[in-house]
Ligand binder design. Structure first.
Ligand SMILES: Cc1ncc(COP(=O)(O)O)c(C=O)c1O
Length: 397
């Protein structure tokens, strides 16, 4: 059997547009290969990927250790469900929870971020025997029924109509807005500890602490949606337990994106207490915990550690902040680690993104027209960051 390859970009684009629903605005190239922070197009052009393959290429594109692990696993067994035990699954679960802050000790594997959030909300309802969930203005939690109903951002919630009932919304960063909603019907408070799509918004450290205290006082669970902030993105394994969030650890952490370096995988991490309330068949999915995905998870976590990527994120973040501080037109740099929002004085993020793309640098926008989003691979080098700094200086001239 041979695999047909398309050669020209125009041909690929025409075919894809003809046979696939047009649900995403696309960059004007076809990605063919990747290595580290770089993407090579079908025409042989090199792009610096500061959007990290939509926040998925945490360890960089095609990290050799991850590729080797996937290849090896593929030769042994691609998949079997949770009906059987698996060494690959045991290794991934152990490694993942060993990165998590106490008292998080258990993993449940699924396939995506939205699914992780759906399961987290279900766990909270099972544990508390309550139904309602509080999320926040500016939130994005996914596109399936419950997760989109928990999403306050833009038009998404509308797209999910009729919404799942029992979703309430507080003001991100404003603890009093949660206090007024937190009655005995609330199962959980769920938040992205750094709101990414809303424009890389963070709250004061005291907000996370007060949320934890409120949840404890009113017997509600706390869920961190770390689909973007998890797996090393903020310069620590998770936002949970880190100093930006005052060391606070939630009851459930949800993960996806960079967890499998491109092999689809999501996870909920949680505590022994929660585990003791989850019974057989309370949660499930055919593909969750499949061997190929599990091999990718273990290798991803190993690569982050072996290559010192957490330290790299912190060092390069510092460098970016210092260098971007003086650039004309930039008001501030938001976020933490490699989830950064460059806030411009004017609402020009989209046009800056376009100009950078012309210079073969990929970045992201957000729902805030002033904020350009960076989600680069955790292996980004200083000289690669300098290419962005130079390009932004030119844009500002
Ligand atoms: C914070 C957050 N949660 C959940 C999701 C949904 O993840 P997925 O697209 O894997 O379903 C996303 C996706 O962008 C996200 O950014």
């Amino acid at each position: 059997m041979t695999t047909e390859t398309t050669t020209t970009f125009a041909e690929t684009a025409e075919r894809e547009d003809r046979f696939q629903l047009a649900t995403y605005k696309k960059f004007p190239f076809a990605a063919e290969r990747g290595r580290g922070a770089w993407i090579e197009t079908s025409q042989g052009e090199q792009y610096l990927d500061l959007y990290g393959g939509h926040a998925v290429a945490g360890v960089g594109h095609c990290h050799p250790h991850v590729v080797a692990a996937i290849r090896e696993q593929a030769g042994h067994l691609l998949f079997y469900s949770n009906m059987v035990y698996s060494g690959a699954r045991a290794r991934a679960a152990e490694r993942l929870v060993s990165c998590a802050p106490a008292p998080v000790t258990k993993a449940f594997f699924c396939n995506s971020g939205t699914e992780a959030n759906e399961n987290a909300m279900r766990m909270a309802r099972l544990r508390t025997r309550r139904e309602k969930i509080i999320t926040f203005s500016g939130s994005f939690h996914g596109r399936t029924a419950d997760a989109i109903s928990a999403t306050a951002l833009g038009k998404y919630r509308e797209l999910g109509r009729p919404n799942v009932p029992g979703h309430l919304f507080g003001e991100f960063g404003d603890i009093e807005s949660v206090v007024s909603l937190a009655d005995e019907t609330i199962a959980a408070v769920m938040l992205e500890p750094i709101q990414s799509m809303a424009g890389v918004r963070m709250a004061e450290p005291s907000f996370y602490r007060r949320l934890r205290e409120l949840c404890d006082a009113r017997s509600m669970l706390l869920i961190y949606d770390e689909v973007q902030t998890g797996v090393g993105r903020t310069g620590s394994w998770f936002f949970a337990g880190g100093e930006a969030g005052d060391g606070i650890v939630p009851d459930i952490i949800t993960l996806a994106k960079a967890l499998g370096s491109g092999v689809p995988v999501g996870a909920c991490l949680t505590t022994e207490d929660m585990a003791s309330h989850i019974k057989e068949n309370d949660l499930g999915t055919t593909f969750g915990g499949g061997m190929l995905a599990m091999a990718a998870v273990t290798a991803t976590l190993e690569a982050i550690e072996a290559d010192g990527m957490l330290e790299n994120v912190r060092a390069i973040e510092q460098h970016l902040r210092e260098q971007l501080a003086g650039v004309k037109g930039i008001a501030s740099v938001r976020g933490r680690g490699f989830l950064l929002g460059i806030e411009f004085i004017e609402p020009i993020a989209a046009s800056v993104q376009k100009k950078l793309l012309e210079q073969r640098i990929i970045t992201g926008t957000s729902s805030d027209a002033r904020v350009l989003r960076l989600l680069p691979p955790l292996c980004l080098k200083g000289e690669e960051a300098d290419l962005l700094i130079k390009a932004l200086r030119q844009v500002g001239e």
